[in-house]
Design a protein around this ligand. Structure first.
Ligand SMILES: CC(C)(COP(=O)(O)OP(=O)(O)OC[C@H]1O[C@@H](n2cnc3c(N)ncnc32)[C@H](O)[C@@H]1OP(=O)(O)O)[C@@H](O)C(=O)NCCC(=O)NCCS
Length: 149
């Protein structure tokens, strides 16, 4: 798949709205339109459409707030939704690498993720991408960290 990420715009909003997860996955991540609304009112967020072969296949929202007292808010992935039809094809891993590259551009050497535990959840995906549990929990979610060279 030819993958890239784009800023949100009128040309990818419909595709974002039409994203669907597999049954049972909704409990692990907020609905796309809720994340977009949150991004609208939260200036530190960094929402991006994920485009594969010209179609919207996902949404990622990171947050850059270097002065936050909480590490999990300084440089982290807050949301990642990959459309059911595009899952298991390397989209998620591509996005983690893109966010890590953006972190490096911002001079950040460590990324965090907040992740809900449970069967069919994303924990093993983040472990496969190199995140290591920090032992901390926030909002009932597990925090993972990825140190970048
Ligand atoms: C979790 C999610 C983002 C993964 O995206 P994806 O595009 O399917 O993942 P990739 O194909 O890039 O997988 C990357 C690696 O993680 C592994 N992986 C992916 N999902 C996995 C899972 N549920 N369990 C175990 N391993 C998993 C893959 O096997 C792959 O490993 P490999 O490269 O060594 O073969 C996607 O399934 C999703 O949107 N889930 C529902 C919403 C959600 O939970 N989002 C996270 C909220 S923080």
């Amino acid at each position: 798949m030819d993958l890239r990420i784009e800023e949100l715009s009128t040309s990818n909003l419909r595709g974002l709205r039409d994203l669907r997860l597999a049954p049972g996955q909704e409990r692990f991540v907020a609905p796309v339109l809720e994340s977009i609304a949150e991004a609208y009112v939260t200036p530190t967020t960094w929402p991006r459409a994920i485009v594969g072969n010209g179609e919207v296949v996902g949404l990622v929202m990171a947050n850059w707030d270097p002065d936050s007292e909480r590490e999990a808010f300084r440089a982290g992935i807050w949301r990642l939704n990959v459309d059911e039809k595009a899952q298991g094809r390397g989209v998620g891993r591509f996005v983690v690498n893109e966010v890590a590259a953006e972190a490096r551009r911002r001079g950040v050497s460590r990324l965090t993720v907040l992740c809900e535990r449970g069967d069919g959840g994303p924990e093993n995906f983040y472990l496969a991408c190199g995140f290591v549990p920090t032992g901390e929990e926030l909002f009932g979610e597990v925090v993972g960290g990825l140190a970048m060279g």
